[in-house]
Design a protein around this ligand. Structure first.
Ligand SMILES: [Zn+2]
Ligand SMILES: [Zn+2]
Length: 370
């Protein structure tokens, strides 16, 4: 049984942190990429990885400490058999498939996407609008032309990853030993190290600034939909490509109109006399005006459909309709003359109405019991 503590050069009382540190140092020193001419390095790298695999796992470490193997008293079989022959195959399989060599620097340079919420008036969604929006975002640093390096300074290839920008990591999974790659911690996946960072952007090659973009909002866009502005997101570090800007549309509630798909809904208010005798009512639509012919005797709740005065269809031709629901406004604050006219009308129609000063429902019921 291999001496895992000896392999990592730590004693049995070492803390997980010390074990990790020792492993990292040895893994770096023996990394096959760092020792292309030393075949023994890969073997040492695997031994160190195997030792760390056991000593970094609380349960395996306990078994190893007690029984001298990671698998407990049943033997090394289960857990241990993943090592040895399998590891090299996994390395090969992984590096063939992942294109480690081609991955290299620049892989993680893509800038992030941005989200923005644009508030629109309903009118703007009907007409379509070119909306200017201002976002705080990462933009290229002009001083260093996004390189991150101070003017005239040198950029070195990272020694830890040899310019690949990625390092291999060996870990245990339910499928056995897995080799994965991660961004190199020394160069943050860049593959190169800037010796003298640009003072303006501290070597990032980008800085935070405000940018104003014009969003072409198409007519018919609906509340909650999202528009994508390709390449208007944050730029990546040191010349990395920008992400996208996603603009979510929110439509403010309107005083008059409610939208239902391509249809606009509104109330058409008329006076009692107009509903009774009929009238031509001017109505301001969302982007024009229309004359509605209210026939005599129209009841409250009647719906008038104005074709083509709704919301434009986003994909397709034409517009939805405007649906007006009739509301009959009962007159209040009558003049003496008006009240007299109404009373006369009630009398003519034989409709029983309250006399002036007569009590409400409660007093009426009360009087019925006397
Ligand atoms: Zn700069
Ligand atoms: Zn590196």
């Amino acid at each position: 049984m291999a001496d895992f503590y000896g392999l990592l050069g730590v004693d049995r009382a070492a803390t997980p942190e010390q074990i990790k540190k020792a492993y990292r140092k040895l893994a770096r020193e023996n990394h096959p990429d760092a020792n292309p001419d030393d075949p023994a390095a890969e073997a040492r790298f695997k031994e160190v990885a195997e030792a760390y695999e056991v000593l970094s796992d609380t349960e395996k470490k306990a078994n190893y400490d007690r029984f001298g193997s990671a698998g407990g008293p049943q033997g090394f079989g289960g857990g241990g058999s993943n090592f040895g022959g399998g590891l090299g195959d996994l390395f090969d399989a992984f590096f063939t498939q992942s294109g480690f060599a081609q991955g290299g620097p620049g892989v993680s340079k893509q800038g992030s996407d941005l989200q923005y919420v644009a508030e629109l008036r309903l009118e703007e969604t009907v007409s379509g609008v070119a909306k200017d929006i201002s976002v705080r975002t990462a933009v290229s640093c002009d001083t260093c032309e996004a390189t991150g390096a101070a003017d005239g300074s040198e950029t070195l290839t990272c020694g830890e990853c040899n310019g690949h920008g990625q390092v291999r990591q060996v870990r245990q999974s339910i499928l056995g030993q897995m080799v994965t790659t991660a961004a190199c911690p020394t160069c943050n996946g860049e593959g190169e190290i800037i010796t003298s960072p640009c003072s303006e952007c501290a070597g990032e090659g980008r800085k935070i600034d405000e940018r104003t973009y014009t969003v072409d909002v198409p007519a018919g866009v609906s509340h909650g939909s999202t528009l994508r502005l390709t390449g208007r997101g944050a730029v990546g570090p040191r010349g990395g490509a920008p992400g996208d800007l996603y603009v979510e549309i929110q439509v403010r509630p309107h005083d008059v109109f409610v939208r239902d798909g391509d249809t606009l809904l509104a109330e058409l208010h008329v006076a009692m006399t107009q509903a009774t005798l009929g009238a031509l009512i001017d109505f301001d639509t969302i982007d024009g005006s229309v004359e509605v012919d209210v026939p005599a005797g129209s009841q409250a709740g009647k719906v008038f459909v104005v074709r083509g005065s709704g919301v434009p269809r986003l994909r397709g031709r034409g517009r939805g309709d405007l649906r007006l629901t009739l509301v009959v406004d009962t007159p209040t604050k009558l003049s003496e003359e008006e009240e007299a006219a109404f009373r006369q009308l009630a009398q003519l129609r034989g409709e029983e109405v309250k006399e002036p000063g007569e009590g409400g429902l409660f007093s009426k019921i009360k009087s019925a019991f006397h």
